[in-house]
Design a protein around this ligand. Structure first.
Ligand code: NAP
Length: 253
């Protein structure tokens, strides 16, 4: 299927590895020009080369820096002639017990997983509306739908973003101008982040046993769904939360 987005420009945040990289790769295969970002320069440059190798017809720019910093966000936006597609992503907050978290811990989680995406949405969606095409995909978490006790910082900050997106996606000045905003909710995907979470023996197997599909997700299959949400074919879908979790969530809806 031709997704109809070749030649568009996408900013993909936190994209040198894992799910962000999966999204960038899927967009690259569709002929989308990319601005990608991460804090580590070496891995970011390697990923940029891999993306160029996937499609020689696209431009790929890497912007090194922490996306929670305003100056880095400005550099990201300045690296694209226009932003047609925005994929919001950042590292997730650490696990823990809410009794131990101070206000600074909460502010860091809110900054990374709620306020940073909101700032980038604010900077891009009106331009998208003027041009009559825009796609925003926020990488959140399955924990928005089924909270995970030890990830309270993530549950809270990402739910704030989800509520904000639910409202703004329905503004006629965006929805009526072919600008969509949706959230992609990963369950367990086989990335560095997940691998690091399994420190004790047997933890990985225990987690696998909770997934009806009996396997972890792959960043490429996550990217494929992201690319579809960014496509012309997903133009009637906005304000939605799309869960990719191998069937782990037990509810009907
Ligand atoms: P990952 O494999 O660790 O990759 C994270 C990527 O983001 C790296 O490229 C990293 O590069 C970059 N990054 C992290 N913090 C950044 C920042 N502040 N500014 C710019 N770049 C940053 O993680 P992942 O598994 O893809 O997870 C992506 C998001 O999905 C996270 O928020 C995670 O909590 C969430 N999530 C993941 C899963 C899962 O199973 N994998 C499940 C639910 C939710 P640098 O370190 O060089 O900056």
């Amino acid at each position: 299927m031709d997704l109809g987005i070749a030649g568009r420009w996408a900013v993909v945040c936190a994209a040198s590895k894992g799910l962000g990289k999966g999204c960038a790769a899927a967009l690259a295969r569709e002929g989308v020009n990319l601005v990608i970002n991460a804090r580590g320069a070496d891995t970011l440059n390697e990923t940029a080369d891999e993306l160029r190798a996937l499609n020689a017809g696209i431009e790929v720019h890497g912007v090194v820096g922490d996306v929670t910093q305003a100056s880095v966000r400005q550099a990201l936006l300045a690296a694209a002639p226009q932003v047609d597609i925005l994929v919001n992503n950042a590292g997730g907050p650490p696990p823990g017990d809410f009794r131990d978290w101070k206000q600074d811990d909460w502010l860091a989680a809110l900054q990374a997983n709620m306020l940073t995406p909101i700032e980038l949405i604010r900077a891009t969606v009106d331009g998208m509306a003027e041009r009559g095409f825009g796609r925003v995909v926020n990488i959140t978490s399955g924990a928005v739908k089924a909270p995970i006790d030890v990830l309270g910082l993530s549950n809270g900050a990402r739910s704030g973003l989800t509520g904000f997106v639910a409202g703004v996606a329905r503004q006629p000045r965006l929805a009526g101008r072919n600008v969509t905003l949706n959230n992609l909710l990963p369950g367990p995907f086989d990335t560095d982040r997940l691998r690091k979470a399994f420190s004790a023996p047997g933890q990985r197997e225990k987690r696998l046993a909770t997934i009806p599909m009996g396997r972890f997700g792959d960043a490429d299959e996550f990217g494929a769904v992201c690319a579809f949400l960014c496509s012309v074919h997903a133009g009637y879908m906005t304000g939605q939360n799309v869960l990719l979790d191998g069937g782990a969530y037990p509810g009907t809806f």
